[in-house]
Design a protein around this ligand. Structure first.
Ligand code: ZN
Length: 466
């Protein structure tokens, strides 16, 4: 099999209806699946055979690439009561040192790690825009463009979400000095987005959206101005927002707006299926039902949320209410969708003191339910045609190692359970295709040696400048 082949035969593949036998995948030069045929009796000549079962690649709906460089560096008690807010202080110190070159090197290696884990798309929620002194770079989108280039070079699909960060807290509090690299008003942010689109126009594997950082960092007026301008130029494009991650944030919102964050957002803005609300950890029962009804996706990042001590998302009630979910690697403390799904379920088990909490009557295998839900919700959050093996979608998938201890001697119906809940040995992700190109081959990305050397050089430089 070489990268230019346009068809692949798999003995087993996970299609929208479930596992099917003898599946022929055919795609075109744009990287779009054109036909997916199960029960194919004869394999056409010159069609390669996949070395193991095929499952769709997973979208990663929430990433802050630069934070990869600090993963593992904050695992000590920084003060008497270490929490999200003290972690944020360390993050601010780190962000002050980032340069376009180091950001590019970090992101490139990170996106390779994502691909090797089986993430084939990423939504980059990017809020570091300016030079260390807070002045814009000559090209306002300089840092965003580094991420677009890193994604393109790695082969991962990207939804790029430049972030509006304007204030230091609820009630339009003045920003802090440490936040100066993030700051824009809506007009400048929309300018940055159009500049970025001019430099790097949208393609099949690149989509743009917008991310108001949080209700802390924008005001009601600035969010309205941003959305009005954005919706005029980018109708139907993704909108992502951090919300209700921490109790202190809920309390501050109640203080200033007299409403909980999710309720306040729903009362003042038209949230719909183009929105991804990241975390949404602290919702009461009526917020959970009301937000689920909008069709917005809840962007869950269980390993980061656990790492930061955020709290537990009301996943059972959310799914019961018909809510969409997807998973993200967020702070990059873990880059593995299998671990995210596992921890999502384990958190619920610990909270409810039950097993298989997120299974349903329709899908009693909890891993299958979560995997399918994360594909569907994650795809929605990307705003791209991804998330399954079906005609019209991007040719993104994972070829599993059929001899891996997670799945060996199991039936196809048991494979996803083995993948999500089994944590044994090296990764079962053997090959990865994104946009129809085999980017990871036998667990290796074609450029990983060089990328890792450059990543280490960037880390060394950052450490020296601290
Ligand atoms: Zn985040």
């Amino acid at each position: 099999m070489n990268a230019s082949s346009m068809s692949l035969f798999a003995r087993d593949a996970y299609l929208p209806e479930g596992w099917r036998r003898n599946v022929l995948l055919e795609w075109d030069a744009s990287g779009t699946l054109r036909a997916v045929t199960a029960d194919q009796i004869e394999v056409p000549e010159n069609t390669a055979r996949a070395s193991g079962p095929i499952v769709p690649g997973m979208p990663n709906l929430h990433s802050h690439a630069f934070q990869r460089a600090m993963a593992g560096l904050t695992e000590y008690r920084a003060c008497a009561s270490d929490n999200f807010w003290s972690w944020r202080e360390l993050m601010y110190r780190h962000v002050a040192q980032i340069t376009p070159e180091s950001l590019g090197a970090i992101a490139y290696w990170l996106y390779i790690e994502m691909l090797k884990a089986g993430y084939t798309s990423v939504c980059e929620f990017h809020y570091v825009h300016h030079a260390p002194d807070g002045h814009p770079y000559p090209l306002a989108c300089a840092l965003s463009e580094c991420l677009v280039e890193a994604a393109h070079a790695s082969g991962i699909g990207l939804t790029m979400l430049p972030v509006l960060y304007q204030y230091g807290g609820f009630g339009a509090q003045p920003p802090r000095t440490e936040q100066r690299r993030f700051l824009n008003d809506p007009g400048h942010l929309l300018h940055l987005l159009s500049e970025l689109n001019r430099a790097r126009p949208e393609t099949r594997s690149l989509r743009y959206g917008i991310a108001p950082h949080s209700l802390r960092a924008v005001s009601r007026d600035s969010l309205q101005v941003l959305l009005d301008g954005f919706n005029a130029d980018w109708p139907g494009a993704p909108v992502h927002l951090h919300i209700a991650e921490q109790r202190a944030e809920v309390d501050a919102c109640l203080d200033i707006y007299r409403a909980r964050p999710v309720q306040w957002l729903l009362d003042h803005f038209s949230v719909d299926s183009h929105w991804c609300l990241v975390h949404a950890t602290h919702m009461d029962a009526s917020e959970t039902r009301a937000l689920a009804k909008t069709g917005a996706c809840a962007g869950l990042c269980p390993t980061t949320e656990a790492n930061l001590g955020d709290g537990l998302f009301p996943a059972a009630a959310w799914l019961e209410a018909g809510g969409y979910i997807g998973v993200g690697s967020d702070s990059q403390i873990c880059v593995d969708w299998r671990a995210e799904l596992r921890l999502l379920e384990y958190g619920q088990r610990l909270g409810h003191q039950q097993r298989n909490v997120l299974a349903s009557a329709h899908t009693p295998e909890v891993a299958d339910r979560l995997y399918r839900a994360a594909l569907e919700g994650g795809a929605r959050a990307t705003g791209r045609q991804v998330g399954g093996l079906a005609p019209g979608l991007c040719a993104d998938w994972i070829v599993l190692d059929p001899d891996h201890p997670c799945i060996a001697e199991r039936t196809p119906q048991q494979w996803l359970s083995g993948l999500v809940f089994g944590e044994h040995g090296a990764t079962p992700v053997q090959d990865v295709y994104a946009g129809g190109v085999r980017i990871v081959e036998n667990r290796r990305h074609r450029d990983e040696t060089r990328a890792y050397a450059n990543y280490r050089a960037a880390l060394a430089e950052l450490a020296a400048s601290q």
